[in-house]
Design a protein around this ligand. Structure first.
Ligand SMILES: C[S@@+](CC[C@H](N)C(=O)[O-])C[C@H]1O[C@@H](n2cnc3c(N)ncnc32)[C@H](O)[C@@H]1O
Length: 637
């Protein structure tokens, strides 16, 4: 099996070097419960001194005299209008100073001014914001930073934000040591630019596109509010629980609108707010002034995150980032654990995870609350999602236990107090959280122009990792009949039917593998290696050919209903003409035509059939640009 975890051999190699690897996997498999597996692993890592003993990191930077002199050199270059050289000097000054010291904040502020003069408004904002969160920036100069931030925002077209910055600037004027007359003139100038922003905002509003609001077909499901009323949960022999249609569902129908239970940044992204549930894009985020590793769109998110657990996570961020496994999953697991633990308190958290026993629950009602509701914002719903804890091999399970031991140990060093009698259960819960995320977490990508402020800065990479508990109920098919709709950066995820789904049929999404692109062997390998299951979808069972080997012409072999042959043949000719004439960006305007064509083929042609797959692709692509992210989650007509 291909291992996708970083540093997978980290723990086993260290044990091997201490001559202690022995029969560890056999011993682990003998442990009767998840708690005892965790305690066994913890004892082993402790015995072989594999746990860190201190949170201290050796960073040698605090040369205030050198820093100050470099900054003063920078100021001289700045005065001579040599802004690039000045910025370089300020950077050198920053390198030598303690991030919590005044000289650091001053160098940052001065560099923001240099960036402004070079027309680098995004960098200017980044630096200005960084100086503003410092407790040591002189308050008599704060108005200047807000003025500069406002100017940079105005240049970037962020008029509303600029107006806010100017407003704060005016409130900080009293702290300045300007003369009364200078202050008066300064105030008039700021009020003028703020009024200009107001006018530009009005123009922006007039030219903004109106957004569509999505609704679940048939309204909300009574028991699973993020799903449509036209579906139900049912068990199937090969796939466990799954979502089935209780009425005919048409292409374009919305079948799920889900919000993440938990979400976090994808690796070191610095353009999206790290606070769970925000994920707002910003040009210049605020950095946590202590760990410098977490970014926020504003102070409110920073404060909320601190309360949700960042105060415990902050001193150990550098350790979490270097823990083996998948860093972003480890980080998300830590976030999830702290959020739940802090919200519920130790006793309640302990009792919930201790009472949870997957084997004792009816699989169909797993994750439902006491009043029969399955809600994506509920801890137990997310916690009871399908995970591979009982399917993964012992070496992988040992690896996850080691990560959980490390993470819990960091937390105790960071000040979390967990009595010894609770450690086994709490540690085992962390292993479960890690495995749930490993199977169910999804990437949130970005490649849409609307999330990038500059055309030349368009991104196409994952920016967040998320867990959607209701969408995780959908099983996979290499021929998905539902797909996500809207921009791929939308936090609220909308799933729409892309094919007809007759009553009684299962709704399938894709876990990233599609029959028309990947052959059966490679699909089965990914399902097995990445998700630990053997795929039982129709294309796998019937070994459907990939796109290039697919039937392209109509014949008696693929026509299901001979009385419809002529109609289907003439519609196919029209469709080919359509594909040649209409550009992909315009398919969205022809969705009703595409829906009717795919319905005609679904009823009359045996699959796989090339034109059906072409039409399916067009529908999926059109869905990905046909909606915008103003979606009301729990409101239906
Ligand atoms: C995200 S969960 C889907 C919901 C899950 N069936 C449940 O009972 O809650 C993923 C798991 O469903 C099963 N599964 C999903 N798609 C499958 C497929 N095409 N063939 C076989 N099993 C599948 C596998 O056990 C997989 O680990």
């Amino acid at each position: 099996m291909e291992i996708q975890y970083d540093n997978f051999l980290h723990y086993s190699t260290r044990l091997l070097m201490s001559d202690a690897l022995g029969d560890i996997y056999v011993e682990l498999s003998k442990q009767k419960s998840a708690n005892s597996r965790f305690m066994f692993t913890r004892a082993l890592l402790r015995k072989h001194k594999m746990l860190v003993t201190t949170l201290d990191v050796d960073i040698e930077y605090n040369h205030p005299i050198l820093s100050t002199s470099l900054r003063q050199n920078g100021n001289a270059f700045f005065k001579a209008k040599l802004y690039a050289v000045a910025a370089d000097m300020y950077t050198k000054s920053l390198t030598g100073s303690d991030p919590s010291a005044e000289c650091y904040a001053l160098a940052m502020a001065n560099r923001s001014a240099a960036h402004f003069h070079m027309g680098q408004y995004e960098h200017c904002l980044e630096d200005a914001r960084c100086a503003l969160v410092s407790d040591n920036y002189p308050s008599k100069l704060t108005y200047k930073l807000y003025e500069r931030a406002g100017h940079a925002e105005r240049m970037l077209g962020l008029f509303e934000r600029a107006k806010e910055s100017y407003a704060v600037c005016l409130t900080r004027l009293d702290e300045s040591d300007m003369s009364a007359e200078t202050k008066r003139k300064f105030k008039v100038a700021i009020e003028m630019v703020a009024a200009e922003c107001e006018e530009l905002m009005a123009v922006q509003k007039r030219t903004m596109k109106t957004s569509a609001v999505e609704h679940l077909v048939g309204g909300k499901n009574k028991n699973i509010p993020a799903l449509s009323a036209f579906v139900e949960l049912k068990m199937s022999k090969n796939m466990g629980r799954g979502v089935f249609a209780t009425r005919d569902i048409n292409p374009g129908d919305v079948v799920a609108i889900d919000e993440p239970y938990i979400c976090g940044p994808f690796s070191n992204t610095t353009s999206v707010c790290h606070y769970n549930g925000c994920l707002k894009f910003e040009i210049a985020l605020l950095r946590c002034p202590k760990c410098f590793l977490v970014y926020y769109c504003n102070k409110d998110c920073m404060n909320k995150d601190y309360k949700d657990g960042h105060h415990l996570e902050c001193p150990i961020m550098h350790l979490i980032k270097s823990t083996p496994g998948i860093t972003k999953i480890n980080q998300l697991a830590m976030k999830w654990f702290l959020k739940a633990y802090i919200k519920m308190g130790l006793k309640k958290y302990y009792s919930i995870v201790d009472n949870f026993s997957e084997s004792k629950i009816d699989p169909i009602t797993r994750g439902f609350d006491e009043i029969g509701q399955y809600k994506s914002d509920n801890f137990l719903t997310a916690y009871s999602l399908d995970c591979n804890e009982n399917k993964i091999s012992m070496d992988v399970l040992f690896f996850f236990n080691c990560i959980a031991v490390d993470m819990l140990h960091y937390l105790t060093l960071s000040g979390l107090i967990i009595p010894e009698c609770y450690i086994g259960t709490v540690g085992a819960s962390l292993v479960r959280i890690l495995t749930v995320l490993d199977l169910n977490s999804r990437k949130l990508n970005v490649n849409a122009p609307s999330v990038s402020y500059r055309i030349d800065r368009q991104l196409s990479t994952p920016f967040a990792l998320t867990l959607y508990p209701t969408i995780s109920l959908f099983n996979h098919s290499c021929d998905a009949n539902i797909k996500r709709s809207g921009e791929i950066s939308d936090r609220i995820r909308v799933m729409k039917a892309v094919q007809p789904i007759p009553k009684g049929t299962q709704l399938y999404c894709t876990y990233g593998i599609m029959f028309h692109i990947h052959d059966k062997e490679s699909r089965q390998r990914v399902c097995n290696d990445r998700f630990n299951f053997k795929c039982y979808c129709e294309p796998c069972i019937k070994n459907w050919p990939t796109f290039l080997c697919m039937e392209i012409k109509l014949s008696t072999l693929n026509i299901l209903n001979s009385s419809m042959e002529d109609t289907v043949a003439s519609e196919c000719i029209k469709f080919v003409e359509f594909s040649e004439l209409v550009e992909p960006k315009d398919h969205v305007q022809h969705l009703n035509y595409l829906y009717s064509f795919i319905k005609l083929l679904y009823a009359n042609v045996r699959r796989p059939f090339r034109l059906y797959e072409d039409c399916l692709k067009m529908i999926s692509n059109a869905h990905s640009i046909s909606t915008k992210n103003t979606i009301s989650l729990y409101e239906h007509p």
